[in-house]
Design a protein around this ligand. Structure first.
Ligand code: G3H
Ligand code: 13P
Ligand code: ZN
Length: 309
């Protein structure tokens, strides 16, 4: 109890139509907002830390904050490394007490991705830690490639089957049209649900992971724009597409951009409306509340994970 792996969470999610939210954390207020939301919604929870977050906050602070959150709330949660790019960072997180790591070998050719993933799986499993890997590439709108080329980077279902069989990985991130950041689609948003269904049919016991799953909530984009510099052309994955994806084997949905937008919108508004104020608690407090409300909405209305703890 307390810090747990994703094994039981995914087992339950896989045979039901909901997914576990995996939220990126960088500081205390973000962690508190997310954890309070999960507690009120009685939802399973994954807190994830990127290499950038480790560099920003120093891993020990994030680890201790998550321990504090567990002690304070009594919630079970997983602490996960997001996008570990090599064996070394995955090993550091396994040794440092994470319960789950992602090894992201998606930029490598297939055989190299298999070898790297297998190396991390062998090390992590011996120590009771679970592993997520990625096959296929998440193309961003900024990659400026046409639709055919974009789809060529999507996850190949047969390869996905071979990949999980050869690596023994616990969950698999797939590329079906989502991408990281606030600018996900040039035209109409579109996800390749046929591909997702095919992957799920071939590896029905493997929990699938959707990266780049922020919906880029218009309310926050508008607020950011109203109270400061322009965030032009932001466009996320429509909420109903995420809800549809969780019906086809997606057990983990990654959200970072929506946290950033919720927080920034609140802080920008505060700064404009209170130019004489300089107590950080005055703006970090409302930012934390905005994160909490947004995460509650995700858990309840998009991921359908309320009460699934
Ligand atoms: O997938 C990437 C996450 O949004 C983390 O972003 O590397 O800037 O911390 P970051
Ligand atoms: P977003 O940028 O859509 O929030 O995706 C986050 C993510 O995939 C973290 O791994
Ligand atoms: Zn990601």
């Amino acid at each position: 109890m307390g810090l747990v792996t994703t094994e039981q969470m995914f087992k339950k999610s896989l045979c039901s139509d909901y997914a576990v939210g995996a939220f990126n954390v960088n500081n205390m207020e973000i962690i508190q907002g997310i954890v309070e939301a999960a507690k009120e919604e009685e939802a399973p929870l994954i807190l994830q830390v990127s290499a950038g977050a480790r560099k920003y906050a120093n891993p020990i602070y994030l680890k201790k904050l998550v321990e504090a959150a567990i002690e304070d709330t009594g919630l079970d949660m997983a602490l996960h490394l997001d996008h570990g790019e090599d064996f070394d960072i995955c090993k550091q997180c396994v040794d440092g007490g994470f319960s789950s790591v992602m090894v992201d070998g998606s930029k490598h050719p297939f055989e190299e991705n298999v070898a790297l993933t297998k190396q991390v799986v062998d090390y992590a499993h011996e120590r009771g830690v679970v592993v997520e890997a990625e096959l296929g590439k998440l193309a961003g709108i900024e990659d400026n490639i046409n639709v055919d080329a974009r789809e060529a980077t999507f996850t190949d279902p047969e390869q996905a089957k071979e990949f999980v069989e050869r690596t023994g990985v616990d969950s698999l991130a797939v590329a079906i049209g989502t991408s990281h950041g606030a600018y996900k689609f040039k035209g109409e948003p579109r996800l390749d649900f046929e591909r997702l269904k095919e992957i799920h049919a071939l590896i029905p016991d493997v929990p699938l992971v959707l990266h780049g799953a922020s919906t880029v909530i218009p309310e926050f984009v508008d607020k950011c724009n109203e109270y400061g510099g322009e965030i032009p052309g932001a466009r996320g994955v429509p909420e109903d597409m995420i809800t549809e994806a969780v019906k086809h084997g997606v057990c983990k949905v990654n959200i970072d951009t929506d946290l950033r937008l919720a927080m920034t919108a609140e802080i920008r508004k505060f700064m404009v409306e209170n130019p004489a104020e300089f107590d950080p608690r005055k703006y970090l407090g409302p930012a934390r509340s905005a994160i909490k409300q947004m995460v509650k909405h995700k858990i309840k209305d998009v991921l359908k994970a309320s009460g699934k703890r």
